[in-house]
Every structure is written in C-alpha cells, then in structure tokens.
Design a protein around this ligand. Structure first.
Ligand code: PNS
Length: 164
C-alpha cells in the first residue's frame, strides 16, 4: 500500500489557530502528519520553551488520529529522511510569505530532490495571524482569544502575568 507521511515543521512560538487550521487540512490529505518543532531556531529568544510548545501542540491536536508531535535539530531534509517522510507541509498566508517559502522549498529540493514541499492556504480568517503578532498583541493587553486555541490563551496568561 502507498502511504504518505508529511512533516509540518516550524517554530510554533506559540501555536495559533492558523497552524491548527493547516494541521486539520493537511491531516485530511496525508496518511500521517508529524508536527516538528525546530529546537535550534535562529529567531531569537522564544517566549515558550520547546517542551512547553510541544505540550501545547500535543494537547491541541489530540483529536486528530493521524497527527503526532516531535522536535528536531539540524537540517529539515535529514529529519524528513530519518522519519521516512515524502513531503513537507507549509502554509502560505499571503504573497509576502511566498519569497521565503519559495527559497526554502528550492533549497530543500536541492538538498533532497525526493522530498516534495506541499503548500496549503489556511482559512481566510487566519491569513493575518502569526505567532509574532499574537505575542506582541497579547503583551500589550490585546484580546487574542479568537486567534489561538484556549489552552494557548491560558499559557500566555501564565507566561506573561503582568501585561499592559
Ligand atoms: O515557523 P518557521 O519559523 O517559519 O519555520 C522555519 C523552519 C523551521 C521550517 C525552517 O527554519 C527550517 O526548516 N529549519 C531547519 C534548518 C534547515 O533545514 N535549513 C535549510 C532549509 S532553508
């Protein structure tokens, strides 16, 4: 039988409803979806530790029968090969995402021509949502309850108790 395993890699600091929407869409078209959190991200100091992010994603994706959560270091293509995955899933929200995603997809193809990148678009209502904006808005006292899972709101409140 022909089964397709895909990796959904990212920083997920924290998981948003946009990520969750993409996980739901991806889990319908592949047999197995592995959400993989990059451990050695170059994005600066994260708000949540890797174990905290892993816990949040595991909790939020519990109802999906074919989704698992793990972490990785180093090259995505090496991790995908270790996992026996044929594809990488990435979300594209707007044209502004395209250049970065195109470069990554082409570099990954150069590094491993057998690994395909699948792009999917999240629901329109999440096209402007990013982890960076969620953190910024929450820290300034804004309401993000419609944009992240409830368990992420609780974790944000615990992590940033003295927000404006
Ligand atoms: O959610 P993000 O931060 O946009 O995800 C970026 C991620 C984790 C997919 C990307 O940084 C990555 O794959 N890093 C692993 C290192 C790697 O393989 N680099 C070469 C591909 S350009």
């Amino acid at each position: 039988m022909h089964t397709v395993k895909a990796i959904y890699p990212g920083t997920f600091d924290p998981l948003t409803n946009g990520h969750l929407d993409l996980i739901a869409r991806g889990s319908k078209i592949v047999d197995e979806l592995v959400v993989a959190i990059l451990r050695n991200s170059e994005k600066g100091t994260p708000l949540f530790t890797v174990p905290e992010r892993e816990e949040m994603i595991t909790e939020a994706t519990r109802s999906f029968g074919n989704v698992s959560v793990t972490t990785f270091n180093g090259l995505l293509v090496d991790f995908a090969r270790q996992q026996g995955a044929k594809a990488v899933l990435r979300g594209i929200r707007a044209i502004s995402d395209y250049e970065y995603e195109f470069q990554m997809a082409m570099m990954n193809r150069k590094l491993d021509p057998e690994l395909e990148t699948l792009f999917m678009m999240p629901a329109e209502k999440y096209t402007y949502v990013s982890s960076r904006l969620i953190k910024g808005v929450f820290q300034l006292g804004g309401d993000v309850t419609a944009l992240v899972p409830p368990l992420v709101v609780e974790r944000l409140k615990a992590k940033v108790p003295n927000r404006l």
